[in-house]
Design a protein around this ligand. Structure first.
Ligand SMILES: [Zn+2]
Length: 242
Protein backbone atom coordinates (compact mmCIF):
# COMPACT_ATOMS: atom_id res chain seq x y z
CA UNK A 1 0.00 0.00 0.00
CA UNK A 2 1.19 3.49 -0.70
CA UNK A 3 1.30 6.41 1.70
CA UNK A 4 -0.51 8.62 -0.77
CA UNK A 5 -3.92 9.56 0.62
CA UNK A 6 -6.76 8.32 -1.47
CA UNK A 7 -8.27 11.50 -2.84
CA UNK A 8 -11.06 9.79 -4.70
CA UNK A 9 -12.78 8.66 -1.51
CA UNK A 10 -12.78 12.26 -0.21
CA UNK A 11 -14.53 13.35 -3.32
CA UNK A 12 -17.42 11.02 -2.62
CA UNK A 13 -18.11 12.78 0.65
CA UNK A 14 -18.24 16.08 -1.10
CA UNK A 15 -21.79 17.28 -0.66
CA UNK A 16 -23.68 19.20 -3.27
CA UNK A 17 -23.95 22.31 -1.11
CA UNK A 18 -20.18 22.31 -0.70
CA UNK A 19 -19.84 22.41 -4.46
CA UNK A 20 -22.34 25.23 -4.64
CA UNK A 21 -20.41 27.13 -2.01
CA UNK A 22 -17.27 26.79 -4.12
CA UNK A 23 -19.11 27.87 -7.23
CA UNK A 24 -20.47 30.98 -5.60
CA UNK A 25 -16.99 31.90 -4.38
CA UNK A 26 -15.82 32.07 -7.96
CA UNK A 27 -15.28 35.58 -9.11
CA UNK A 28 -15.89 36.65 -12.65
CA UNK A 29 -13.20 36.05 -15.22
CA UNK A 30 -11.71 38.94 -17.14
CA UNK A 31 -11.10 38.59 -20.86
CA UNK A 32 -7.42 38.34 -21.82
CA UNK A 33 -7.79 40.84 -24.63
CA UNK A 34 -10.54 43.31 -23.72
CA UNK A 35 -12.16 44.79 -20.63
CA UNK A 36 -15.11 42.41 -20.67
CA UNK A 37 -15.75 40.13 -17.69
CA UNK A 38 -17.43 36.76 -18.03
CA UNK A 39 -19.29 34.74 -15.37
CA UNK A 40 -17.12 31.63 -15.73
CA UNK A 41 -13.79 30.50 -17.12
CA UNK A 42 -15.46 28.40 -19.80
CA UNK A 43 -17.43 31.38 -20.98
CA UNK A 44 -14.29 33.49 -20.95
CA UNK A 45 -12.49 30.93 -23.12
CA UNK A 46 -15.51 30.86 -25.41
CA UNK A 47 -15.61 34.66 -25.56
CA UNK A 48 -11.92 34.83 -26.50
CA UNK A 49 -12.53 32.33 -29.29
CA UNK A 50 -15.64 33.95 -30.76
CA UNK A 51 -14.82 37.63 -30.30
CA UNK A 52 -11.04 37.60 -30.64
CA UNK A 53 -10.45 34.46 -32.73
CA UNK A 54 -8.20 33.15 -29.94
CA UNK A 55 -8.49 29.36 -30.11
CA UNK A 56 -6.80 27.62 -27.19
CA UNK A 57 -7.55 24.16 -28.55
CA UNK A 58 -5.87 25.00 -31.82
CA UNK A 59 -2.78 26.39 -30.07
CA UNK A 60 -2.64 23.34 -27.82
CA UNK A 61 -2.42 20.90 -30.70
CA UNK A 62 -0.34 23.18 -32.92
CA UNK A 63 2.41 23.61 -30.32
CA UNK A 64 1.77 20.41 -28.38
CA UNK A 65 1.18 22.48 -25.24
CA UNK A 66 0.94 21.16 -21.69
CA UNK A 67 -0.36 22.98 -18.63
CA UNK A 68 3.02 24.69 -18.08
CA UNK A 69 2.97 26.14 -21.57
CA UNK A 70 -0.59 27.24 -20.84
CA UNK A 71 0.54 29.18 -17.74
CA UNK A 72 3.37 30.71 -19.77
CA UNK A 73 0.94 31.68 -22.49
CA UNK A 74 -1.43 33.44 -20.06
CA UNK A 75 1.48 35.33 -18.47
CA UNK A 76 2.88 36.19 -21.88
CA UNK A 77 -0.45 37.73 -22.90
CA UNK A 78 -0.69 39.62 -19.58
CA UNK A 79 2.82 41.01 -19.81
CA UNK A 80 3.23 41.73 -23.50
CA UNK A 81 -0.39 42.62 -24.30
CA UNK A 82 0.01 40.39 -27.32
CA UNK A 83 -2.70 40.55 -29.95
CA UNK A 84 -4.81 37.38 -30.41
CA UNK A 85 -4.26 37.45 -34.17
CA UNK A 86 -0.47 37.57 -33.75
CA UNK A 87 -0.56 34.62 -31.37
CA UNK A 88 -2.80 32.55 -33.65
CA UNK A 89 -0.67 33.21 -36.72
CA UNK A 90 2.64 32.73 -34.98
CA UNK A 91 4.72 29.82 -36.21
CA UNK A 92 6.53 29.57 -32.88
CA UNK A 93 5.35 29.46 -29.26
CA UNK A 94 6.43 33.04 -28.44
CA UNK A 95 5.61 32.44 -24.77
CA UNK A 96 8.02 29.51 -24.45
CA UNK A 97 10.34 31.21 -21.97
CA UNK A 98 10.96 30.30 -18.33
CA UNK A 99 10.39 33.92 -17.33
CA UNK A 100 6.69 33.45 -18.05
CA UNK A 101 6.46 30.45 -15.74
CA UNK A 102 5.26 32.19 -12.58
CA UNK A 103 1.98 32.65 -10.72
CA UNK A 104 -0.64 33.97 -13.05
CA UNK A 105 -1.97 37.44 -12.23
CA UNK A 106 -5.55 36.82 -13.25
CA UNK A 107 -5.59 33.50 -11.42
CA UNK A 108 -9.12 32.63 -12.56
CA UNK A 109 -7.52 31.50 -15.81
CA UNK A 110 -5.79 28.73 -13.88
CA UNK A 111 -9.16 27.15 -13.15
CA UNK A 112 -9.40 26.22 -16.79
CA UNK A 113 -8.97 22.50 -17.39
CA UNK A 114 -6.37 22.91 -20.11
CA UNK A 115 -5.18 19.29 -19.96
CA UNK A 116 -8.50 17.91 -21.12
CA UNK A 117 -9.04 20.53 -23.78
CA UNK A 118 -9.45 19.09 -27.26
CA UNK A 119 -9.43 21.02 -30.48
CA UNK A 120 -12.92 21.44 -31.83
CA UNK A 121 -13.40 20.00 -35.28
CA UNK A 122 -13.50 22.85 -37.73
CA UNK A 123 -17.02 23.13 -38.93
CA UNK A 124 -17.52 24.69 -42.33
CA UNK A 125 -18.34 28.29 -41.65
CA UNK A 126 -19.88 30.75 -43.98
CA UNK A 127 -18.37 34.20 -44.02
CA UNK A 128 -19.65 37.19 -45.82
CA UNK A 129 -17.13 38.98 -48.01
CA UNK A 130 -18.03 42.39 -49.31
CA UNK A 131 -16.99 43.26 -52.84
CA UNK A 132 -17.15 46.87 -53.84
CA UNK A 133 -15.37 48.63 -56.73
CA UNK A 134 -13.03 45.69 -57.10
CA UNK A 135 -12.08 45.76 -53.41
CA UNK A 136 -12.86 42.73 -51.25
CA UNK A 137 -13.49 43.39 -47.58
CA UNK A 138 -13.27 40.50 -45.14
CA UNK A 139 -13.99 40.25 -41.44
CA UNK A 140 -10.97 39.64 -39.22
CA UNK A 141 -12.26 36.18 -38.30
CA UNK A 142 -12.67 35.34 -41.98
CA UNK A 143 -9.16 36.58 -42.72
CA UNK A 144 -7.78 34.51 -39.85
CA UNK A 145 -9.62 31.44 -41.09
CA UNK A 146 -8.17 31.91 -44.57
CA UNK A 147 -4.65 32.36 -43.20
CA UNK A 148 -5.10 29.24 -41.12
CA UNK A 149 -6.34 27.25 -44.11
CA UNK A 150 -3.39 28.36 -46.22
CA UNK A 151 -0.97 27.48 -43.47
CA UNK A 152 -2.48 24.05 -42.88
CA UNK A 153 -2.59 23.28 -46.61
CA UNK A 154 1.04 24.34 -46.98
CA UNK A 155 1.97 21.99 -44.15
CA UNK A 156 -0.05 19.16 -45.67
CA UNK A 157 1.62 19.72 -49.04
CA UNK A 158 5.06 19.69 -47.44
CA UNK A 159 4.21 16.48 -45.64
CA UNK A 160 2.96 14.69 -48.73
CA UNK A 161 6.04 15.80 -50.66
CA UNK A 162 8.18 14.23 -47.96
CA UNK A 163 6.18 11.02 -48.19
CA UNK A 164 6.50 10.98 -51.95
CA UNK A 165 10.24 11.46 -51.64
CA UNK A 166 10.42 8.57 -49.17
CA UNK A 167 8.39 6.35 -51.46
CA UNK A 168 10.69 7.25 -54.34
CA UNK A 169 13.76 6.36 -52.31
CA UNK A 170 12.18 3.08 -51.27
CA UNK A 171 11.42 2.32 -54.89
CA UNK A 172 15.00 2.94 -55.93
CA UNK A 173 16.30 0.76 -53.12
CA UNK A 174 13.93 -2.01 -54.15
CA UNK A 175 14.85 -1.71 -57.81
CA UNK A 176 18.53 -2.12 -57.06
CA UNK A 177 17.96 -5.03 -54.66
CA UNK A 178 15.79 -6.84 -57.17
CA UNK A 179 18.46 -6.25 -59.78
CA UNK A 180 21.06 -7.76 -57.46
CA UNK A 181 18.89 -10.77 -56.76
CA UNK A 182 18.16 -11.43 -60.43
CA UNK A 183 21.79 -11.02 -61.43
CA UNK A 184 23.12 -13.19 -58.61
CA UNK A 185 20.66 -15.89 -59.59
CA UNK A 186 21.98 -16.08 -63.14
CA UNK A 187 25.67 -16.05 -62.29
CA UNK A 188 25.64 -18.65 -59.52
CA UNK A 189 23.48 -21.20 -61.34
CA UNK A 190 26.15 -22.26 -63.85
CA UNK A 191 29.25 -22.14 -61.67
CA UNK A 192 30.39 -22.97 -58.16
CA UNK A 193 28.34 -21.48 -55.35
CA UNK A 194 29.35 -17.86 -55.19
CA UNK A 195 28.79 -15.85 -52.07
CA UNK A 196 26.39 -13.17 -53.18
CA UNK A 197 24.49 -10.49 -51.40
CA UNK A 198 21.00 -11.83 -51.68
CA UNK A 199 18.00 -11.85 -49.41
CA UNK A 200 18.55 -15.36 -48.12
CA UNK A 201 21.85 -14.24 -46.55
CA UNK A 202 20.24 -11.48 -44.49
CA UNK A 203 19.27 -12.05 -40.88
CA UNK A 204 15.55 -11.86 -40.23
CA UNK A 205 15.80 -8.47 -38.43
CA UNK A 206 16.85 -6.86 -41.67
CA UNK A 207 13.41 -7.56 -43.06
CA UNK A 208 11.91 -4.82 -40.92
CA UNK A 209 13.15 -2.14 -43.29
CA UNK A 210 11.88 -4.12 -46.22
CA UNK A 211 8.38 -4.44 -44.83
CA UNK A 212 8.20 -0.90 -43.56
CA UNK A 213 9.05 0.31 -47.05
CA UNK A 214 5.78 -1.28 -48.08
CA UNK A 215 3.93 0.69 -45.47
CA UNK A 216 3.80 3.69 -47.76
CA UNK A 217 0.61 3.63 -49.66
CA UNK A 218 2.24 5.15 -52.72
CA UNK A 219 4.45 2.11 -53.16
CA UNK A 220 1.50 -0.19 -53.65
CA UNK A 221 0.09 2.05 -56.29
CA UNK A 222 3.38 2.46 -58.10
CA UNK A 223 4.14 -1.24 -57.89
CA UNK A 224 0.82 -2.28 -59.31
CA UNK A 225 0.96 0.30 -62.05
CA UNK A 226 4.43 -0.81 -63.14
CA UNK A 227 4.17 -4.08 -65.08
CA UNK A 228 7.92 -4.66 -65.10
CA UNK A 229 7.96 -4.56 -61.32
CA UNK A 230 5.23 -7.17 -61.19
CA UNK A 231 7.12 -9.48 -63.54
CA UNK A 232 10.30 -9.12 -61.45
CA UNK A 233 8.36 -9.80 -58.27
CA UNK A 234 6.95 -12.98 -59.77
CA UNK A 235 10.46 -14.16 -60.56
CA UNK A 236 11.92 -13.21 -57.23
CA UNK A 237 10.90 -16.34 -55.27
CA UNK A 238 12.23 -18.55 -58.07
CA UNK A 239 15.64 -16.93 -58.26
CA UNK A 240 15.88 -16.86 -54.52
CA UNK A 241 15.35 -20.59 -54.18
CA UNK A 242 18.56 -21.68 -55.95
ZN1 LIG B 1 -12.64 40.13 -24.91
Amino acid sequence: MSDVPDLSSDEEHFEDDEWQEMESQNTTVGCLFCSETLPSIDEAVNHCEIVHGFKLGELKSKFNMDCYSYIKLINYINLTKAKPLDIMLSTQPLWDDEKYLKPVENHEWLMFDFESLVEKPTSPKSYHANVENGVVTLSQAHFLELQRTIQSLTEQLKESQTHLEMAREDMNKMKSSIQTIVQSGTTSSNSEPVVVDCVSKLPIEHDAGYFSSYAHFGIHYEMLSDKRQLVLLQYMPLTNRM
